[in-house]
Design a protein around this ligand. Structure first.
Ligand code: GLA
Length: 393
């Protein structure tokens, strides 16, 4: 017992110091984040400085959320990004599980990857950038040939939101997307609330209202690496989904319109399987996606039971996803190519992060058989997704 305890000391001590340090911070830390360092290389969050830039006449900041366990999240009002998320691993070491950058310019350089961003007005692709609503045709910017992706040229990820930090746990961000911005009809008033709960969950609540009939599909595009951002491949993470079906895509990643069972395909994650186990299988869908880049049709569920569980093989960190959305885009970081330097100094190498974007299905405005993404005046778009973290037992 005694010698075990001795062995654990180097791990426990820094964890305790971190914990008490975190508890002693001032209640309001709206513009500075805590950089926590010690000899065991605990992960840290980027300093606020790189986010204090003015854009469209609005001041940028980096906001810090924290809970009673020393868990911390950094949120930028630029693009309503989740910039970093420090979670204790199986040894109690704080690990940054969400890939981020240390300044706005780096986010702008890596714009097409959408690291940690809030996505809107429409998450994922709309075929050829066209849709028709109440008999009127709309044209969007083609930013992912031949389609429009994640809101178009200047999506919600690339604008300055208004932020209000409510308390240590909660921040609310609002953005007014004007009528015909990026080709979408209606003034869309959006609100995204990030809450870091005391059970180590990041709860993201979305709300939107419009003054003209429009389409809306908001999501978060965090790239997770549960072994730690910059720690290498995510291919050995295990994934489990509660989804018997998915929406196959054509070679431009637009759903074919069919809903197809995953059973017997490399898309079957109904039992925990590593991401890498079948990713190189000769399969038309894996070829189209250059790996996993597909929308799962979640089995009937509500917000109380997880629809997805992912475990980091080295850290033991488990992430469970709860959502009110009908779909989940599983993206295995296939377009990551090492051309960006992430917070922590490492390159964003191929498949060193994965995204789990809870959403309505891609191209729904053109596919009436999918759950609708239409929002009318007088209605309120409201949806919640929770990413909950623990150590796998
Ligand atoms: C989504 C898309 C992918 C890719 C990433 C960002 O997950 O489905 O094809 O565009 O965003 O790089």
């Amino acid at each position: 017992m005694r010698s075990n305890f001795k062995n654990l000391l180097p791990v426990i001590l820094p964890a305790c110091i971190m914990y008490f340090a975190a508890c002693n911070q001032p209640a309001k830390t709206t513009t500075t984040t805590t950089t926590m360092t010690d000899s065991t290389s605990q992960a840290t969050l980027p300093p606020a400085k790189g986010f204090e830039k003015t854009l469209d006449g609005k001041q940028g900041h980096l906001y810090l959320l924290k809970n009673k366990n020393g868990v911390q999240a950094a949120i930028a009002n630029y693009g309503a990004h989740l910039v970093g998320l420090l979670i204790p691993d199986k040894a109690g070491k704080l690990t940054d599980v969400a890939i981020g950058f240390d300044d706005i310019d780096s986010y702008k350089k890596a714009l097409s990857n959408y690291y940690g961003a809030t996505i809107g007005r429409y998450g994922n692709r709309i075929a050829k950038g066209h849709f028709t609503l109440e008999g009127k045709a709309y044209t969007l910017f083609i930013n992912n040939k031949p389609n429009s992706l994640h809101g178009g040229k200047v999506g919600f990820n690339d604008v300055m939101w208004d932020a209000k930090q409510i308390d240590d746990h909660t921040i609310t961000l609002t953005y007014l997307s004007k009528d015909m911005e990026e080709g979408y009809p209606g003034n869309l008033q959006c609100k995204v609330t990030y809450e870091l709960t005391d059970d180590n969950a990041v709860k993201i609540s979305y709300e939107a209202t419009t003054d003209k009939t429009t389409v809306v599909n908001l999501t978060n595009h965090s790239y997770f690496n549960l072994n730690g951002a910059g720690s290498g491949t995510i291919l050995n993470h295990t994934v489990q989904f509660k989804a018997a079906n998915f929406t196959p895509v054509d070679s431009t990643l637009i759903p074919t319109g069919k809903i197809v069972p995953v059973a017997g395909t490399p898309f079957d994650f109904s039992t925990a399987t590593t991401i890498g186990a079948r990713i190189e299988t000769k399969d038309e869908q894996l070829k189209n996606g250059k790996g996993y880049d597909h929308n799962y049709v979640l089995d009937k569920h509500d917000i109380t039971t997880p629809v997805a569980t992912v475990i980091g093989d080295l850290s033991g960190i488990k992430m469970e996803i709860f959502t009110e959305e009908p779909g989940l885009q599983f993206y295995s970081g296939n377009f990551m190519d090492g051309s960006n330097t992430i917070w922590g100094g490492k390159k964003d190498e191929h498949r060193t992060g994965f995204a789990m974007e809870t959403q309505h299905f891609p191209d729904s405005p053109n596919q009436p058989q999918f759950p609708t993404t239409t929002l009318k005046p007088g209605q309120t778009y409201k949806t919640v997704t929770i990413y909950k973290f623990s150590v796998n037992k």
